[in-house]
Design a protein around this ligand. Structure first.
Ligand code: PGA
Length: 274
């Protein structure tokens, strides 16, 4: 693997101030309903009374089962937290898809965004680019935003293929990207080897990939230069500031640390900068 300290932080010519900052909690298959309600209540209370975020938007991705309940709670408190679904079906409509949940149904349940292409779906459910493309289209057709995850495995990084792999994942859907409403698109770079391992990409590595990603996107369409690019993979309060200071990192997709209200809000505060 390339020595992380060898890499200089690459800057792009974009204007970070115009890009939306986001911190999004991916709760995965956690927690129980009662713990999810407590966590949502803690987040709402803290946001309304203590932590004010001005530049960074906040969102949480509970299991689909909990969306309706949490949407009801968030509506009552008016806390500025958006809801995200962790997956969707390949069609936006209702129909004969046993076990699936369509984007129309997720929207009805309160979701505004859907995570697509997460490495856990790519590996556990063998989701390929064809399926990912269908899910992106279904989500956008339903009027929801896409949080699209890309990233390389450890073997691919060690083979020096990290940028190539991410480029392939992006270019597989260049046709969608050409016509997309940029306000409905967030891309999360999540190196697979950093997810849930406690091993974060160094700010230099993450920045370098984000700068490459922004270049890839700009080659598809100039407007995509302003896409919010989030980093994901063992983001914690103690590494969030360094990541937030990288010029092409606009936020974080947070797994483990999003299950604790204080940690999650500390990360959001780190990204609440211009
Ligand atoms: P982690 O997960 O923060 O627990 O590494 C990130 C993710 O999978 O989105």
């Amino acid at each position: 693997m390339k020595s992380l300290s060898d890499m200089s932080i690459a800057h792009t010519s974009s204007t970070p101030a115009q890009r939306q900052h986001w911190v999004i909690g991916n709760w995965k298959m956690n927690p129980s309903l009662s713990a999810a309600k407590t966590l949502t209540q803690n987040l709402s209370e803290n946001l309304l009374k203590t932590t004010s975020l001005t530049l960074c938007k906040l969102a949480i991705a509970p299991t689909a089962l909990h969306l309706v309940t949490l949407e009801g709670m968030l509506k009552l408190t008016a806390a500025p937290i958006q809801l995200v679904a962790q997956d969707t079906a390949i069609t936006r409509h209702t129909g004969a898809f046993t076990g699936d949940i369509s984007a129309d149904l997720l929207k009805e349940a309160g979701a505004e965004w859907v995570i697509i292409g997460h490495s856990e779906r790519r590996t556990i459910h063998l989701e390929d680019e064809k399926l990912i493309g269908q899910k992106i289209r279904a989500t956008l057709d339903a009027g929801l935003g896409v949080i699209w995850c890309v990233g390389e495995t450890l073997a691919e990084r060690e083979a020096g293929q990290a940028v190539e792999i991410v480029k392939r994942q992006i270019q597989a859907h260049a046709d969608i990207l050409t016509n997309i409403d940029i306000n409905k698109l967030i891309i999360a770079y999540e190196p697979v080897w950093a997810i849930g391992t406690g091993r974060t990409a160094s700010p230099e590595d993450a920045q370098q990939m984000h700068a490459s990603l922004r270049q890839m996107l700009t080659q598809i369409s100039a407007e995509l230069n302003q896409t919010s690019l989030l980093y994901g993979g063992s983001v914690k309060p103690d590494n969030a500031h360094l990541l937030a200071n990288c010029p092409d990192i606009d936020g974080a997709l947070v797994g483990g640390a999003s299950l604790d209200a204080d940690s999650f809000l500390q990360i959001a505060q780190a990204f609440d900068i211009a």
